[in-house]
Design a protein around this ligand. Structure first.
Ligand code: PBG
Length: 337
């Protein structure tokens, strides 16, 4: 049967009808809020991130206060990033696995003062002097074995030890979920074993499985002061042109012991979200990254778009199949859902 007997518009006739037949809905429970804690800030001293209007670097007191506000509005989970003092950064990212580090202290306070599920990003880039997510070797001009693009090699296996140390230190502080975003091979296996051996077999791993080398992270690197000094992240993060490779990354993470998978970024990678949802049965998280936030915020500020674009873009991530969404729009969504 077809028109004029079939009329699609009958199902859209008013908002009650549309509410009834709506296929996908965003829920407050779907949201994870990314928050930046900066060492050395005093209470009351939050810093607005210039490339991310409405987002701040917080002291522990202020960040925890804000988290409590969001929890009261229905937030279930938060993911933490740390910004250590510049002068403490070194070649191996020591402040990342300092039991008294900024993230560790923030986790302890959050676990004490809220019931939120506390996730901790595991990576070295915010803590290394060179800004890479693992240890590096730099080559001089006459090195025979230099097969790198730019004279810098990110060392996979020797980085694992420090990622494991970071994960254990965060688990000790009380993190519920460890989220490695470094993209070294074998990290999930190494971290799972490290956590289990240290007595943290109840701590989950959310793997940044399909993490692309994306230009949409630019505002984050500004926020977290983690732009690499030399070279780029293309030898460890994925090529935006590839999709089957995302399936392989996820397969390995499942075998290595991940509890949840992630696709990142989200909006330019909706096809990847859909594929991963179809291929795997683990909870799927998507990261609606900094650039995706700033792009819409900039357009709203200029008057090119209105606020409805926020809900629509987040809904597309849900429709593609994501179970959970990490988003800087979380505070807005908690107010508007
Ligand atoms: C750390 C990390 C990054 C993001 C999350 N964890 C940046 C990067 O890989 O350079 C990006 C998050 C965002 O853009 O919001 N490796």
């Amino acid at each position: 049967m077809d028109y004029p007997v079939v009329r699609m518009r009958r199902l859209r006739k008013n908002s009650n009808m549309r509410d009834m037949v709506r296929e996908n809905k965003l829920n407050k429970e779907d949201l994870i809020y990314p928050i930046y804690f900066k060492e050395g800030l005093e209470k009351g001293e939050k810093e607005e991130i210039s490339t991310m209007p409405g987002q701040f670097r917080y002291s522990i007191e202020d960040g925890v206060e804000y988290a409590k506000e969001l929890e009261a509005k229905g937030l279930k989970s938060i993911i933490l990033f740390g910004i250590p003092k510049e002068e403490t950064k070194d070649k191996i990212g020591s402040p990342a696995f300092d039991d008294n580090g900024i993230v560790q202290n923030a986790i302890r306070t959050l676990k004490k003062e809220t019931n939120l599920i506390v996730m901790a990003d595991v990576c070295l880039c915010e803590y290394t002097s060179h800004g890479h997510c693992g240890l590096i070797k730099t080559y001089v001009e006459d090195d025979i074995y230099d097969d790198t693009d730019d004279g810098i090699k990110i060392l996979n296996d020797s980085s694992l030890k420090y990622l494991v140390k970071t994960a254990i230190s965060q688990a000790k502080a009380g993190a519920d979920v460890i989220a490695p975003s470094d993209m070294m091979d074998g990290r999930i296996q190494a971290i799972r074993k490290g956590l289990d051996d240290a007595g943290f077999s109840d701590v989950l791993i959310l793997s940044y499985s399909a993490k692309y080398a994306s230009s949409f992270y630019a505002p984050f690197r500004d926020a977290a002061c983690s732009t690499p000094g030399q070279g780029n992240r293309k030898s460890y993060q994925m090529d935006p042109a590839n999709s089957r490779e995302a399936v392989r990354e996820c397969e390995l993470d499942v075998i290595e012991g991940a509890d949840m998978l992630m696709v990142k970024p989200a909006l330019s990678y909706l096809d990847i979200i859909k594929t991963i949802k179809e291929e795997f049965s683990l909870p799927l998280v998507s990261y609606n990254v900094s650039g995706e936030y700033s792009m819409i915020m900039a357009a709203i500020e200029k008057g090119y778009l209105n606020e409805e674009s926020i809900m629509e873009s987040l809904l597309s991530i849900k429709r593609a199949g994501s179970d959970l969404i990490i988003s800087y729009f979380t505070p807005y969504l908690l107010d508007n859902l």
